[in-house]
Design a protein around this ligand. Structure first.
Ligand SMILES: O=C(O)c1ccc[n+]([C@@H]2O[C@H](COP(=O)([O-])O)[C@@H](O)[C@H]2O)c1
Ligand SMILES: Cc1cc2nc[nH]c2cc1C
Length: 349
């Protein structure tokens, strides 16, 4: 808890002076006003985050938190739980969707076992930060203790800080965890005071009968656990997941070190909601990526107050959407670094 408290204290507002300067520079570049839209907004945000009018995002990493969920035993996921461990072992080998997309921008893939229900081989390339072998079944009681929820967040903080110390200056958050759309939907229902039936989707492939059952399980979990919507840690502990806590920690840890953090799809957006509930200032450090096809994705982004930049009909997770946004963020920086101003071009608009 000490680390989390320290990190919360270190999260400062963006630098509004630098943002003003950056806005003026961007407005004076040789183009009609605002004609580079979100690229301009990203540039100004990056300046405010890094306190630098020409920030670098050259060293990129995607941090993938992997974990299992006890609520799997309620039959709310269409795939076997063993997919979590199997797919997690594929990340260090560069074989998955996020690896293929991240390779385009030379993103390092950092994979963390924060709570997989199984043992990984020692030389797997996955960082072992296992808190326990999956959460408990939150249809019967809390997913984890409050201490375990704090531990999960602190793992995320630690991993983010480690990467930042090694020179990483742009972080994407992703996850792997069979059943984690059930946990994410329960969290979103509580934090947004939304009936589960409005936001429960197919996850990685449930049919409509399965979705009806998933809704009932989520309603029961909220009824039994009564998470406090004003306490993100309580919501995480009662109906959350270890990987969701880990991603919230990566977000908090990045913000505390003034490093921008790109959020992936549905589960990552929900983890950002947990981080924002713990410290609202983190929101300004977030760069949204794509709009997840998962039913609750839109409501999650709205509740967070972000507008996704890409509509690609994706819902893979793993950090794939964040990886896809990396070249766009590079383009924003290049615009800022390479374009000249009207004055420099001796042009009069
Ligand atoms: O990130 C998303 O938008 C997203 C939406 C639906 C599913 N997923 C991925 O699918 C898995 C969870 O699906 P499920 O049906 O087991 O809850 C998990 O490994 C996620 O990475 C990811
Ligand atoms: C194959 C597979 C890959 C995934 N990657 C993220 N979630 C996933 C879920 C499944 C089922």
């Amino acid at each position: 808890m000490k680390l989390l408290q320290k990190i919360i204290k270190n999260i400062q507002p963006l630098d509004s002076e630098i943002m003003k300067k950056s806005r003026t520079r961007v407005d004076n570049l040789i183009k009609p006003p605002k004609s580079l839209g979100k690229l301009e907004a990203i540039t100004v945000q990056l300046a405010g985050i890094t306190k630098n009018i020409h920030p670098s995002v050259e060293h990129k990493a995607i941090i993938i938190m992997a974990a299992d969920h006890g609520v799997y035993e309620e039959g709310v996921a269409p795939n076997p739980q063993s997919i979590t461990i199997e797919q997690t072992l594929n990340f260090p080998k560069g074989l998955t969707g996020v690896c293929a997309i991240g390779e385009i921008s030379n993103a390092k893939i950092v994979t963390v076992d924060i709570g997989i229900n199984g043992e990984l081989p020692l030389n797997s390339g996955v960082i072992n930060k296992k808190i326990k072998y999956g959460t408990d079944n939150f249809a019967k009681g809390p997913a984890m203790t409050r201490k375990e929820a704090v531990d999960a967040i602190e793992v995320g903080i630690e991993i983010a800080q480690q990467q930042i110390k090694r020179g990483v200056n742009l972080i994407g958050v992703g996850e792997m965890g069979i059943t984690n759309t059930t946990a994410s939907t329960a969290i979103l229902a509580v934090l947004g005071n939304i009936p589960p039936k409005e936001i429960t989707g197919k996850g990685s492939g449930l049919d409509s009968k399965g979705i009806q059952h998933k809704i009932k399980v989520i309603e029961k979990a909220i009824d039994i656990n009564k998470p406090d919507p004003d306490d993100g840690l309580d919501v995480l502990a009662k109906v959350g997941g270890l990987e969701i806590g880990g991603m919230a920690g990566v977000i908090l840890g990045s913000a505390a070190n003034r490093v921008p953090v790109v959020i992936d799809g549905y589960i990552a957006t929900v983890s950002a909601l947990i981080a924002k509930s713990i410290e609202p200032k983190v929101k300004d450090y977030l760069i949204p990526s794509h709009a997840s096809m998962e039913l609750g994705g839109k409501r999650a982004s709205e509740l967070l107050g972000v507008e996704p930049m890409l509509y690609m009909n994706m819902c893979l997770g793993e950090g794939s959407g964040a990886a896809l946004a990396f070249p766009i963020i590079d383009a924003a920086c290049n615009m800022n670094d390479k374009m000249i101003t009207f004055k420099e071009a001796s042009m009069n608009p």
